[in-house]
Design a protein around this ligand. Sequence first.
Ligand code: SF4
Ligand code: SF4
Length: 203
Amino acid sequence: MAPAHPKAFVFRDTIMGRDTVSFSCHHTGHCCTDVVCLPTPWDVIRIVRQEGANPHEFLEFLKPGEIQGVTKGDPTWLKVGKERYIMALKRGKKGCHFLDKKTRYCSIYESRPILCRLYPFKLEEFRDGSFKGFSLHKDVGCPKHRDGKVDTIPLYELYLDDSIHQRDYNDLVDVFNGREYEGKAPEDFIEMFVQYVANARKK
Ligand code: SF4
Ligand code: SF4
C-alpha cells in the first residue's frame, strides 16, 4: 500500500477532528441566488485571467445598508470620504452575475472564488483557536442533505489559501484607505490591486 500523503498524515494526526462532513449539494442554486459572494482580489485576478472577464462588469461595491453579516470592524471595508464599501460579485434580480440564466449553474465554475468553493462549510475551531474540523453553516438556508461525504482535507487547504489571500486583501485595503485624493471612488481599488499584481510580476 502506498504511504499516506505526509500532509494528510500531519493533518489527521495533529489537527483534524474529522475526515469528512456528511453533505451533498442538490443544486438548489440558493447559494448563487440569495447569498452575496465577497471575492478577494486574488479571486478577481483569477477570474480575469482565466475567463477574460472585465472586473468593472462583474464587481460592485456595496454600502453597509446593502449587505448583512459583515461587521463594522471587518478589515475589508474600503473607505472613501465618510462612506465605506465592500467589494462583492455583482448580482441581478436572478442572482450572481456568473449564474448561467438557462442552466442555473455557475458559468465560471473552475475559476469561482474560494468562498464559493468553501460554501456551505464552516470552519470549527477549538477555544484556543486551533483547527477542529468543518460543519455546515447554520444560518444560510442551504438544504442540509446528509446523503454524501465531503473530504475535509481539500476544504482545509482551501481555508489556508483563503487565509493568506485575506491577509493580502487586508494589506491592500490598508493602502487604499490611507490614500486621499479628489474624485476617489471605490472602483479605484480594482486598478490598485491589478497594478500591484503587475508590479509584483516584474520583480
Ligand atoms: S445552497 Fe447548498 S444545496 Fe443549494 S446549490 Fe448551494 S451548496 Fe448546493
Ligand atoms: S461565482 Fe459561481 S458559484 Fe459563486 S456565487 Fe457566482 S454563480 Fe455561484
